[in-house]
Design a protein around this ligand. Structure first.
Ligand code: ADP
Ligand code: MG
Length: 571
């Protein structure tokens, strides 16, 4: 893990040198001070010459100013380094999220994921800066202070060294427990983030059922879980800090006792004694950072683990190594013996053979849950077939790059996802960079121009989060306008009008018919009246394709289509 982390420093070698170089220099200056005090007491003071004293003080001042400058450089440029690494990690995490496929998102909660690219990475950034720098200063001051201590008084140095194994054990023990605790905290935060995200995202449903009390209860459980984990953390920290504090003070007292004895015996000067006590402080300073050791580092380590975990989830749908960009497709779609199940043990589709000519409109009808949506989601490779293959214009879709394939398949679903923003932005999502004239033309063909012209802000009208300020029919028209802009040769209309009232459905039908013109179109609809004119109707049931033909053909014989038809038009 450390090696993986170190790789992020490589592009910033110059910053690393500046920050760590200054940190090292500052650490060495810290060592100089106790020795200066010793010389001051033992050699300068006895001369009783104020001029020399003032000179020495001015010299010390210069050293302090230098040290302050070094620390300022470390604080600023060290953080520049930390933030650079954090930004890069976040870019990669977001990029990775965009690359993960439907199968991953089927299992995930948004709240968890958002935490992973925000808070976690901030913690890592903090460690990216302080971690190696503190280690470097710690190692330098530790070794340097000890060497000077031995020089001043080997016996006292030995006594002081007794504390090292004790503190070493404490750091390993409490630090380890804290890393585990931080991981638990991340999970807890993820859980309640997800809960907030769901309650707020579904606030209209919550209110419609007056289920605020229920949501409050669910949230209280997650909130209390987080509180418990956090309390564990503070307990570990309290014990760890106390342990460390007492251990260090104890040794200090022992050193004072022994030092006093040596002075009385005449084997130690006052200057040696004072210098030694100051050195002990420098020696301990890294150990006093126990709080950093059990808070910042474990947090960063846990965050980095979570980051690595996310990066280790590989998307199951990717470009094959030998994939090539699809040419402009005509739209001959063939499914050959296609089998697929979300859980391979429970297939949804088996042995599906279907051949659709370019420009043909095929309606898929059948009972809910038969697999119509699933079948259509195989075309843009939201999921990959497990048996058989799908070709477009004779090319296996797995041999095309994903981007070039998906750019040629337009999809309109029952629930339209619109982004919080303007009408212009949302329509232009069909083809980024389209001009206003092109956007207005698409809007006109989607029968949206009336609405846009009626709005005072026109295309700049804000439509609210997920388009809440639009009616169902208007949202559907936005989705259609997007596809007009995109202009793909293949079109999937999955219950595009099912959620609308018959009146609105009829109004939108004209736009959809125009949209389907000249494109290979798959229409899924449960209101049979809307697909009567399709070139072909395919009846999909749990056992596969039950029958296919035109509306007239299928009505003429007893079969599932006629039964569906009679059921809908009876009364
Ligand atoms: P239809 O569109 O014909 O109503 P679907 O294709 O949506 O049917 O669903 C077919 C079957 O696959 C159903 O049993 C459904 O529960 C299951 N299913 C649909 N989507 C998923 C998914 N993302 N993960 C697991 N199972 C799914
Ligand atoms: Mg469906």
């Amino acid at each position: 893990m450390i090696r993986q982390f170190a790789r992020f420093y490589r592009p910033h070698l110059r910053l690393v040198l500046i920050a760590f170089g200054c940190a090292a220099a500052s650490g060495l200056l810290e060592l100089f001070f106790p020795m200066a005090v010793r010389a001051f007491i033992d050699h300068l003071l006895p001369r009783q010459d104020m001029q020399v004293v003032v000179l020495a003080i001015v010299g010390l001042l210069a050293i302090y100013v230098l040290n302050a400058a070094l620390m300022a450089v470390v604080t600023y440029w060290g953080h520049v380094l930390g933030i650079a690494i954090e930004t890069e990690l976040r870019r990669r995490a977001f990029d990775h999220l965009l690359g993960l496929s439907h199968r991953f998102y089927d299992e995930q909660k948004t709240g968890h994921l958002v935490g992973r690219v925000t808070k976690n990475l901030e913690d890592i950034g903090e460690v990216a800066h302080h971690g190696p720098e503190d280690l470097l200063i710690a190692a330098l001051t530790f070794a340097g202070a000890f060497a000077l201590m031995v020089m001043v008084s080997p016996e006292l140095a030995l006594l002081t060294a007794l504390i090292v194994p004790i503190v070493g054990w404490a750091v390993a023990h409490f630090g380890g427990r804290m890393t585990g605790n931080w991981q638990a905290q991340f999970r807890r935060v993820g859980a309640f983030n997800a809960r907030i995200e769901e309650a707020v995202g579904g606030i209209r449903v919550v209110k419609a059922f007056a289920n605020e009390a229920h949501e409050r209860r669910l949230f209280a459980a997650d909130n209390a879980g987080y509180q418990r984990t956090k309390l564990d953390a503070y307990r570990i920290m309290a014990i760890g800090t106390t342990f460390n504090y007492l251990g260090m003070r104890l040794v200090q007292l022992v050193v004072m006792l022994a030092g006093a004895a040596f002075i009385v015996a005449g084997s130690l000067t006052i200057g040696d004694f004072v210098a030694f006590l100051l050195l002990v402080n420098v020696f301990y300073r890294p150990l006093e950072k126990i709080n950093a050791v059990i808070e910042t580092y474990p947090k960063g380590i846990a965050g980095f683990r979570s980051y690595l975990e996310l990066m280790a989830t590989k998307p199951d749908i990717t470009d094959a190594p030998d994939a090539t960009p699809a040419p402009a497709l005509r739209g001959d779609v063939r499914l050959e013996g296609v089998g697929f199940g979300y859980d391979p043990a429970r297939p949804v589709l088996r042995g599906i053979d279907l051949s659709v000519k370019a420009g043909e409109t095929v309606a898929l009808v059948g009972p809910s849950g038969a697999g119509k949506t699933t079948l259509c989601s195989l075309l843009p490779r939201f999921y990959d077939v497990q048996e058989g293959r799908i070709t477009i214009d004779g090319i296996d879709i797995r041999r095309m790059t994903l981007a070039s394939l998906r750019a040629q398949i337009g999809l309109v679903q029952q629930d339209v996802f619109l982004f919080a923003g303007t009408m212009r932005e949302n329509i232009a999502y069909g083809r980024l960079g389209a001009s206003d004239a092109e956007i207005m033309q698409a809007a006109r063909r989607a029968r949206l121009d009336g609405l846009i012209e009626a709005m005072p802000a026109g295309l700049d009208t804000l439509i609210g989060e997920r388009g809440v300020k639009l009616s169902g029919g208007q949202k559907q028209r936005m989705a259609i306008a997007r596809i007009f802009l995109m202009n793909p040769p293949i079109l999937i209309l999955d219950e595009a009008t099912s959620a609308l009232d018959t009146e609105t459905e009829r109004a939108i039908q004209a736009a959809l018919t125009e949209l389907a013109e000249g494109r290979t179109t798959f229409v899924i609809a449960h209101r049979l009246a809307t697909i009567r004119d399709a070139d072909r109707i395919v009846v999909v049931t749990e056992d596969g394709i039950a029958e296919q033909g035109t509306h007239q053909d299928l009505l003429a014989r007893p079969g599932p289509y006629r039964r569906l038809h009679e059921a809908q038009f009876a009364s």
